[in-house]
Design a protein around this ligand. Structure first.
Ligand code: ADP
Ligand code: 5GP
Length: 245
C-alpha cells in the first residue's frame, strides 16, 4: 500500500468538519506516518485551590501546541501580574450580567463571591480549527459543560480531570507558599476545598497531584488516549475506505 493521506475532513463521515485537526498515527510495518483527521477535545481541569491546576495547565500549554486555553471572564479584580485578556477578561458585575443575558457564556458560576464564565465563541472557533481547548474551571462549570455538550455543542467533546492534593496539610502548605495571602484567605480557601473535593466523582479522571512530574505525565497520557478514541478520529473513514478498496 502506498502511504495514504486522509486530509479531506469534510467528507470523512459523521461528525467530520472542515479544518479538523490532523493527528499522526504511525502505521507499522512500513513505518510511514499517516495523517488522520480528528476532532478537538474540551479538556476540563478542576481542583481545590492550591492543588496545582494552574501549574499543570501552564505545563500542558507549553508542551502541546495543539491545546488552546479558554480565557474566562471574571468580576474579580486582577491580582498583581495578571494581564487583562491573557489570564482573564476582567469586567464589572454590570458587564458580566449583560453578557449572561446575551448568552455569551458556555457556562458561568459564582466562586469565592465573584462571577466567572467561559466565553462561547472562542471555544467554538478553536475546536472548529482543530485545536483542543483547556478549561481551568470549578465543579459548577464542569457540570454545566457536561450538560451543554449534548444540548448546545453536539460537535464538541468533553474530557474532565480532577486533581486531588495528597493531603490537606500539603494543600495548606502549597496555599501558603504560593502567595503572601492573609491567614483568613487561606482558611477560606481550605474550607472551600472540602466542597470542591466532594465533587471528585463527577469527573472522568481523578489524579493525586503528589509528584508534579508524574501528575503531568498522567495528564499527557489521558490527553493522548482520549485523542485516539475511535469516534474522535474522524479521518478513519477515509483511511479505511482506501484500506478496503
Ligand atoms: P491551583 O491553580 O490549583 O490553585 P497552583 O498550580 O497555583 O494551584 O499550585 C499551588 C502551589 O503549589 C504553587 O506554588 C505550585 O508551585 C505548587 N505545586 C503545584 N503542584 C505541586 C506538586 N506536585 N508538589 C509540590 N508543589 C506543587
Ligand atoms: P481564581 O480567582 O483563583 O483565579 O479562580 C477561582 C476559581 O474559579 C478556580 O477554582 C477556577 O478554576 C474557577 N474559575 C476560573 N474561571 C472560571 C470559569 O470561567 N468558570 C467557572 N465555573 N469557574 C472558573
Amino acid at each position: 500500500m502506498s502511504s495514504a493521506s486522509t486530509s479531506s475532513a469534510a467528507s470523512d463521515g459523521p461528525g467530520s468538519r472542515p479544518g479538523a485537526h490532523h493527528g499522526v498515527l504511525p502505521l507499522p510495518p512500513q513505518g510511514r506516518a499517516v495523517s488522520v483527521a480528528r476532532r478537538g477535545l474540551m479538556l476540563v481541569l478542576s481542583s481545590p485551590s492550591g492543588a496545582g491546576k494552574s501549574t499543570m495547565s501552564r505545563r500542558l500549554l507549553a508542551a502541546d501546541p495543539s491545546i488552546r486555553v479558554s480565557v474566562s471572564v471574571t468580576t474579580r479584580p486582577p491580582r498583581p501580574g495578571e494581564v487583562d485578556g491573557e489570564h482573564y477578561h476582567f469586567v464589572t458585575p454590570e458587564t458580566f450580567q449583560a453578557l449572561v443575558e446575551q448568552d455569551h457564556f458556555l457556562e458561568w458560576a459564582r466562586v469565592f463571591g465573584n462571577h466567572y464564565g467561559s466565553p462561547r465563541a472562542p471555544v467554538r472557533d478553536a475546536i472548529d480549527a482543530g485545536f483542543d481547548v483547556l478549561f481551568d474551571i470549578d465543579w459548577q462549570g464542569a457540570q454545566q459543560l457536561a450538560q451543554n455538550q449534548f444540548r448546545k455543542e453536539p460537535d464538541a467533546d468533553l474530557v474532565s480531570i480532577f486533581l486531588l492534593p495528597p493531603s490537606m496539610e500539603e494543600l495548606a502548605r502549597r496555599l501558603r507558599t504560593r502567595a503572601d495571602e492573609p491567614e483568613a484567605v487561606i482558611a477560606a480557601r481550605m474550607a472551600k476545598a472540602k466542597d470542591e473535593i466532594s465533587h471528585f466523582a463527577e469527573y472522568d479522571y481523578v489524579l493525586v497531584n503528589d509528584d508534579a512530574d508524574s501528575c503531568f505525565e498522567n495528564i499527557r497520557t489521558i490527553v493522548a488516549a482520549e485523542r485516539l478514541r475511535r469516534p474522535r478520529q474522524i479521518g478513519l473513514f477515509a483511511l479505511v475506505r482506501t484500506l478496503l478498496a
